[in-house]
Design a binder for this molecule. Structure first.
Ligand code: C2E
Ligand code: MG
Ligand code: MG
Length: 525
């Protein structure tokens, strides 16, 4: 019932919950994607840097080895172009892995090489760099001794060596990985693949590690060389996919955990207690007023304020829908406070002007036990200019936990000027006890007795209650009058006041005030 009438706010809570769940999952997914991407880029950059460093080191050691061989030749006492000298050069080619040929230059003429006596004019190879120990290096020279691929030439005094660039560059690279070795000025060894050569030209002077033009690359400067290792975007995306698959279980677990937390939170906010707590905090409770008439002349003398919980969708929750929960959860005192201030504010002018004599307020067990309602009542009624006599207080037997405590509190209220009524009289087990021991002004005959009355058939319990009230000099109010027969019966026995659907149901303030204004004529009946 409670959940049905609160459909609107329930839908909003569910919507907010779904939004929070989806947002959390989206953020988690985005975070996982970002983490995977960062990890892949970081790992790949590290891998590329290692590769580039190794290539640089290998280049340095190859050049150093060749340089040592050159120095050895320069120191040799053998005449270079003699049979022994050429033999020595040939042995050097066989012994030194990267070296393909050795040459000797004499007076600007290419005199002999490891291939034999040459004797033709010397080709000019531009020097690309000079090592710390004074060896000149030319990159990509086209040797005259062979029409093969471009070579790396090293020169020390009259001797020179041709080195195979393949020994500088790793040949078994992982898929998508490219490697280039060159001078700091950007003169590259060998012939990089077409696209990669363009890329190398574009990144000249750029930062050391970056993502650019479909590659992730790392550049390493080492002694006389620069090495660039790069991997294509396709390869990185493949790694990213693998990384995502690895992180997926964790992301799914966290998403599940988040959804579970949100669902738990939503369930908790949808619980009747959570909704009631919110309603109390928002001051959502109001009062409807049921007319109480003087049965002798039919005048509406006042009203009983009955709490109502209006909902956003226009429905109204009746007390039976939330009072038990309010009492068990301790929220009832705050609700009573809202009813008190609403009733004083809404009926204040009519009570102050004397158009109405009173309004009855229902108290719960906790109100009576704590007495907190009294200062609130005082404040509300003073603000509205209402006399204490105009606010009647109703207590039920069930609402009195201990007669002694209740006695103290009710006596206090009575001293303040509020008449006290015992509500639903006759429905409890010990009504007579209460009657004897509590400071009371009125008895409200429960509607179950009134409803058992029908014309002509006297009800002994009702009759005795009426007689007893008269003896105790208590004012009598009959509840739940629904028919003329019941009204006549009660009237004949001198019951003073009555309320019930025969006169009017509980209604909002404006309707009630209109009722008071238009039902004066009933006095005539
Ligand atoms: P109650 O104080 O005995 O109030 C009378 C109840 O009987 C009201 O129900 C009223 O609408 C209903 N009633 C009045 N005339 C007739 C009739 O002719 N026929 C029938 N069948 N019913 C009639 P309601 O408003 O649902 O209130 C139920 C109970 O909730 C009240 O019984 C009262 O005990 C409690 N209550 C209402 N407002 C408050 C409040 O502000 N504070 C506390 N603590 N309890 C309240
Ligand atoms: Mg009542
Ligand atoms: Mg009652």
């Amino acid at each position: 019932f409670l959940l049905k009438v609160t459909h609107m706010s329930r839908a909003r809570i569910v919507r907010t919950g779904i939004a929070a769940g989806l947002l959390g999952v989206a953020l988690l997914m985005a975070g996982t994607g970002y983490l995977a991407w960062t990890l892949v880029v970081q790992h790949t950059a590290e891998r590329l840097e290692t590769l580039a460093r190794l290539a640089s080191q290998r280049a340095d050691s190859t050049v150093a080895q060749a340089a040592a061989a050159l120095r050895e030749l320069n120191r040799s006492p053998l005449p270079p172009c003699s049979a022994e000298g050429i033999e020595q050069m040939r042995l050097l080619v066989i012994d030194t892995l990267a070296v393909k040929a050795v040459g000797y230059v004499e007076e600007e003429v290419f005199a002999c090489s490891s291939w034999g006596v040459e004797g033709h004019a010397l080709e000019q190879w531009p020097e690309d760099l000079r090592t710390a120990d004074g060896i000149g290096v030319s990159i990509n020279v086209q040797p005259s001794v062979t029409s093969a691929k471009p070579m790396l030439a090293l020169r020390d005094a009259a001797f020179n060596l041709l080195l195979d660039p393949e020994h500088f560059l790793e040949t078994s690279l992982a898929p998508g990985v490219s490697l280039a070795l060159g001078t700091p000025a950007g003169h590259w060894l060998g012939t990089p693949a077409n696209g990669f050569a363009h890329f190398l030209a574009r990144i000249h002077g750029e930062p050391h590690t970056a993502l650019r033009d479909g590659y992730l690359y790392t550049r390493v400067r080492h002694a006389n060389w620069q090495t660039v290792a790069a991997v294509t975007r396709e390869e990185i995306l493949r790694d990213l996919w693998r990384e995502l698959l690895m992180l997926a279980p964790l992301a799914l677990l966290l998403s599940g955990l988040w959804c579970w937390l949100v669902a738990r939170r939503v369930r908790a906010s949808l619980s009747p207690l959570a909704m009631l707590t919110r309603a109390v905090a928002n001051g959502e409770f109001s009062a409807f007023y049921q007319p109480i008439l003087d049965l002798r002349d039919g005048r509406c003398i006042g009203a009983e304020a009955l709490v109502r919980w209006p909902r956003a969708d226009g429905s109204v929750v009746m007390p039976e829908g939330f009072l038990a929960l309010a009492e068990s959860s301790g929220l009832i005192e705050a609700i009573t406070a809202q009813v008190i201030s609403t009733a004083c504010r809404e009926l204040g002018p009519s009570l102050a002007s004397g158009q109405l004599q009173h309004v009855s307020i229902n108290l719960s067990a906790q109100d009576v036990a704590s007495g907190n309602f009294l200062p609130r009542l005082l404040e509300a009624r003073q603000r509205a200019g209402i006399a204490a006599q105009s606010i009647w207080l109703e207590v039920t037997e069930g609402s009195l936990l201990s007669i002694d405590a209740a006695h103290r509190r009710l006596a206090q209220s009575r001293e303040a000027g509020h008449p006290i009524a015992l509500d639903d009289f006759g429905t409890g087990y010990s009504s007579l006890q209460y009657l004897r021991r509590l400071p009371l002004d009125q008895l409200k005959i429960d509607r179950s007795f009134v409803q058992s009355l029908s014309a002509g058939t006297p009800c002994p319990v009702t009759d005795h209650t009426i007689a007893m009230a008269r003896q105790l000099e208590l004012l009598l109010v009959a509840e739940g009058i629904e028919s003329d027969e019941q009204l006549q019966y009660l009237r004949q026995r001198g019951v003073h006041y009555g309320q019930g659907w025969l006169f009017g149901k509980a209604m909002p303030r404006d309707e009630f005030l209109a009722y008071v204004a238009s039902h004066h004529w009933r006095a005539a009946s």
